[in-house]
Design a protein around this ligand. Sequence first.
Ligand code: SF4
Length: 286
Amino acid sequence: MISGTKGVLGFADHDRTAVGMRYVYPVVSRRAGGVSVGINLNPNNACNWQCIYCQVPGLVRGGPPPIDLPLLQEELTAFLHELLHDGFMERHVPEGLRRICDIAFSGNGEPTSSESFDEAIELVGRVREASGLLAESVPIRLITNGSLMGREGVRKGISRLAGLGGEAWFKLDGGRAEDYLDINGVSLDPARVVRNLRSCADRCPTWVQTCLFVRDGREPDEAMMSSYLDLLDRAGVERLKGVLLYGVVRPSMQPGAARIAALTQDQLGSYAKMIEKKGLTVRVSP
Ligand code: SF4
């Protein structure tokens, strides 16, 4: 049995140390209807971005230390065994949600910034297979800011992810350099974002993941939304699986937290309609 696990895990519980492991953690998701097995390749809380809504406490700029791949393999093997055969679900997961919905690279920083990203994808595919889980029922997902598509190892890992039946969720919170600077804390040329998004979507089934919220008392305005929609056009909407539209439910842990507030469900719904007009599937989460 895994030591150090809390009682029943709640929906707000995104504690990456919930089962006392360095790289593997569970998230119970009502929306996904089960347990997402998270892989955190950034245990040092370092990211190359600093999004204003980021929920990582003590976030610092940078990249992760070298990944201990044997430890990752050991942790994932042990945790999947706990979930499947050793009663973790009964002890820690509310009834009705006792299924594994995915294995997601989604940690305390940008997963593709790990030098071992491609090897980690391969490893997770191998451990999933050894656990008897099928790609169709437990897909591997990569939650990425997509900024490191210029690296060969990242492109290789993303192609490998596609080969394992996985998908990428590519963060896109605007279409203008000024929005990337203010929202994501990074200097980015929109033309480069277009290239990165194309590069990801051409290699692997890709959803765009967008967070919309009130910033400094103002909702996303027409100029912001039209630059965002234009960027999707330039990347090629036909390349994309769709858009996952999020609000800000959990509190930001960043210095700009007080500048942001949640949109209502209706407001999010009206932005979703704008995006749907592009012919894209949109899934909204408050
Ligand atoms: S890219 Fe993700 S981990 Fe990095 S700062 Fe943004 S929300 Fe946080």
